[in-house]
Design a protein. Structure first.
Lengths: 110, 110
DNA sequence: CAATAATATATCGCTATGCCATATAAGCTT
DNA sequence: AAGCTTATATGGCATAGCGATATATTATTG
């Protein structure tokens, strides 16, 4: 796992990004983060689920329970219009952040 | 200021980087971070000073008081050999972190 | 068919980072 | 003398993420 503290504050951006194209449930989101980062990034459920509730409370995502035969119930979240705006802003913020750190630490962007 | 939480865990890398080429004192470090990030990144002294003490306690940096006529006393920190190793590791870790986030959020590295 | 693993959600108590506010002290400017 | 800048110091707070534990359903495997 990557530097423990570095990832703080990145979970929101990750979740919003993953919900951009399709609704997903929490467990799926957790796995996708792990897989797509090749195991380098991972969030504990005790972070993920409460964060999803927070995002929903803020109106950035909207969840609904889906029950299918032969499956545990799942709560699927979709991005709201407001969430889409926040995602755009956070993407921008992320880019600026990386640029700032790179400039100070002397890391050239490849 | 950039997303409040995003910057958590980045201060160590910034400080170690700024001490790479020359010893600096805390106040200087704080200003450099602000200037070089064009005001986008800023750390409060209540974060910076305790962090410097922590880094020194870990043996990554070494401080010494410098008193000059016509100047407030300053504590200059230099990077230790151990600190240099940690800096290299943290730079690597940072790069991987950025790569991971970019891959998941669909941000291409420019 | 019983044990185990994987899927899926939920939450308590803890740790760590950074901040606001406040403090001290010295030098510079007006 | 007052106020600004430089420079370090710290108590109490807010917040994100984690370890551990819990519940419940479905799948696998010996």
């Amino acid at each position: 796992m990557l530097a423990r503290e570095l990832k703080k504050g990145s979970a929101e951006l990750l979740i919003l990004s993953l919900l951009e194209d399709q609704p997903r449930h929490g467990y799926d989101i957790g796995n996708l983060i792990e897989q797509r980062s090749k195991g380098r990034l991972k969030f504990n459920v005790a972070s993920l689920y409460p964060l999803l509730y927070r995002l929903e409370r803020r109106g950035w995502i909207q969840g609904r329970w889906v029950e299918k035969a032969g499956q545990r119930r799942r709560r699927y979240y979709r991005l709201t219009a407001e969430g889409r705006k926040v995602l755009a802003a956070q993407r921008h913020s992320w880019r600026e952040f990386v640029e700032a750190i790179n400039r100070i630490t002397g890391i050239e962007h490849a």
